[in-house]
Each structure stands twice: as C-alpha cells, then as structure tokens.
Write a protein that binds this ligand. Structure first.
Ligand code: NAD
Length: 359
C-alpha cells in the first residue's frame, strides 16, 4: 500500500535541508520501489505570512491524513515581535498537541568519524549511543494557569505551572521501558523529586510500572546530577526518560557531545505510531540562504520516519549506511570542525548521500 508523507519545511534553513531529504527519498523510491509520495504544507513563519496563523486547520488535516510528517524547523527574528499567541513556535506546540505526539525520541549517537568534533575528550564519547525519551505534550510548557499578573504592590509577576497526571507519566514511562527493552535494557528516569511534588509522583509511578519490565534495570537521577553526568561520563546512559522541560535542556546538552547539532534527528510519536520527524536544531536564521547548513540531521530524520512510522527498515538502514559512507569519505559541512576534511555545501552533502545510496 502506498504511503504519503507531509513535508513541512518551515522557515530559515528549513527548505534548504528538507530539499536534500527529498532528494534522498526520490533516490530511494527509484532504487527500492518504495512507493512513498509526498506533499508540502506550511507551518511556522511562512504560514503566518501566508495565512496570518502559524498552523492552519488545513495543515492539521493534511498531517492527520498522512503516514508521517517531516519537519525542517520554524521561527526566526522576523516573527519574534509578534503576539506570543501567533508566533511560529505556537504552530509547533499546536501540531504536537493536535496529533497527541506525547513521546519525543532524541538519539545522541556519536559517529566514530566525528569523535574529534565532540566538545568532550574522545575517550569519554567514543561509541556514545544515548536515547532521550522526552514527554512532549504535558508539563510546564502546557500547564495552566500561566501568564503575567500584576501584584498588589504593582510589580508584575510571571508564572507557569508544572503539572503531570499519573496517566501521563505512566504513558511515557511504559513507552520508555519498551524502547529500553529493544536497546541496552537500562532506563534512567530523571526528575527533581527532592524538591518538586510532581517529581515525587513521577518517581512513584515509574517504580509502580517497573515490575512489568523485569528485563530492564530502572534507576533514578535528579536533573541537576543528570546534567553533570552527561558531560562527565555520558556513556553510563542507555535510555533516559524525563519530562518536557528537563528533556528539552538535557537533549540539547547531549546533542553537543556528538560534535554538531546538525547531525541529530528526532521523532515525536503518538500512541498509533503516527510521527513527526525533525532535526533537533532550529531554523538557524544566522546561516539561512547561504547553502552551508548541514542537511544530515534532516536526512536522518527521514531515516527514522521510514523506520518507525512506515516500517521500511531496509530503506532506513540504507540511509544510515550512506550517511556513514559520506563521513568516511571525509565530507563535512561548515558546522563540523573540518581540519583535513573536504568542506561541502548543503546540496553537495545531499548529492553525496544520494550517490552513496545508489552505489
Ligand atoms: P538553532 O538551532 O537554529 O541555531 C543554533 C546554532 O546552531 C546557530 O549558530 C546555527 O547556525 C547552528 N545550526 C543549527 N542548525 C544547523 C545546521 N543544520 N547546520 C549548521 N549549523 C546549524 O537555534 P537558535 O538560534 O536558538 O534558534 C533559531 C530559531 O529557531 C528561533 O526562532 C527558535 O525559536 C527556532 N527553533 C525552532 C526549533 C524547531 O523548529 N523545532 C527548535 C529550536 C529553535
């Protein structure tokens, strides 16, 4: 049965990097007869420019009807002064909520060819393969009440609410246990139970479901310690499960261990397996239009989409191998420390991946 992908290139470097992923998909369609079609939609600043809203009902409907969504990135200085309610990032939060994409998988894998580009010493990161499972539709980013109020003394006070219900914790917890079962069978749950009541509940729920996964070793860590351990001895981790805010911060930290934020894909999945796949980086307005962005995180996001939402593991393996091949050839975009390597543009990198796929 043919499958259909919705492409949401977004803003900044978004269209440059998604174009390269499309080249790869076209090549795979030809080579492996995948039968994957695609169409484009608008989300973020480009949608605000066209429709006055970061995400329209039409795009939501297209996303729901698709078998998977490939996103570039949204946002940029052009829209930063708009009312918060219609900024590009609201489109992102809305599509996550509309599709109930509660589970965000953020791998931090260090390609052996890039060990020297890591911010840590080679011996600390060689062979690094961590997966951060971040809860994506709850916690402080969505909690109510929220806002800025004026106190009796006339001073303004900003406030947000960090809430997690038992069912939300159990859902992401079970998801993380199942993923750990398919990997190294070690799950570290990260929270701040020494200070926050919501984290105390998080820990209780994780403990209560652990007996259903006897093959997985569960540990707990406070988030401040987890941040420290990630830069001290990151290879101790296999799968980390955590809430929305802590996961946002820790996964960016883990990203840097791998040499470049331009290498890392991510997946956001709902309970039915529908997913939105995107690089972990943003729209990089500082380099947009220059043709120097690294497209590999987006190409690897396509790899995850084929693997997790379309069940096309052979095609996904072929992409992973092709990316390894171009790194072996010494090709690097400008974001990766490239002494002695061949510096290539965004499109040259995409072309090289296609060539490796077809060879
Ligand atoms: P960013 O990730 O866009 O950029 C941080 C730095 O990394 C920049 O120097 C950038 O040039 C570089 N970089 C990022 N991706 C790269 C790539 N593929 N190749 C080479 N270099 C790359 O983060 P930021 O500057 O904090 O945010 C810029 C905009 O992106 C903001 O509007 C922000 O809200 C938005 N943003 C969007 C998403 C998303 O769409 N999921 C995520 C994060 C930030």
């Amino acid at each position: 049965m043919s499958k259909n992908i919705l492409l949401l290139p977004g803003d900044g470097i978004g269209s440059e990097i998604v174009d390269e992923a499309v080249k790869v998909l076209d090549a795979l369609n030809d080579k492996m007869n995948l039968g994957v079609s695609y169409e484009k939609g608008l989300m973020g600043g480009c949608s605000i420019d066209a429709h006055g809203l970061p995400l329209t009902d039409e795009t939501i409907a297209k996303a729901k009807a698709s078998d998977g969504i490939l996103l570039g990135a949204v946002g940029g200085p052009k829209w930063d002064t708009l009312d918060r309610a219609i900024r590009p990032e609201k489109g992102l939060l809305k599509i996550r909520a509309e599709l109930d994409l509660f589970s965000n998988l953020r791998p931090a894998i260090l390609y052996p060819q890039l060990a020297d580009a890591s911010s840590l010493k080679k011996e600390l990161v060689e062979g690094l393969d961590i997966l951060i499972v971040r809860e994506l539709t709850g916690g402080i980013y969505f909690g109510e009440p929220r806002g800025v109020r004026v106190l009796d003394n006339g001073e303004r006070q900003g406030y947000n609410t960090l809430v997690y219900s038992e069912s939300e914790i159990e859902r992401i917890g079970r998801n993380a246990f199942e993923i750990a079962q398919k990997r190294g069978k070690r799950l570290c749950s990260v929270e701040k139970a020494n200070v926050l009541e919501v984290s105390g509940l998080w820990r209780e729920v994780m403990e209560s479901i652990a007996p259903d996964y006897p093959d997985v070793e569960l540990s707990h860590m406070y988030v401040d310690n987890a941040a420290m351990q990630l830069v001290r001895a990151p290879k101790q981790f296999d799968v980390i499960v955590t809430g929305n805010l802590f996961g946002d911060i820790l996964s960016d930290c883990a990203a840097m261990l791998t040499g470049s934020i331009g290498m890392l894909p991510s997946a956001s999945l709902n309970a039915d397996g529908l997913g939105m796949y995107e690089p972990v980086h943003g729209s990089a307005p500082d380099i947009a239009g220059q043709g120097i962005a690294n497209p590999l995180a987006t190409i690897l996001s396509l790899e995850m989409l084929l693997r997790y939402s379309l069940g096309m593991s052979e095609a996904a393996d072929a992409i992973a191998k092709a990316v390894g091949d171009v790194l072996d050839q010494g090709l690097r975009t400008a974001d990766i420390d490239s002494a002695g390597m061949t510096k290539v543009s965004t499109s040259e990198m995409g072309d090289a991946v296609v060539k490796a796929l077809l060879s």
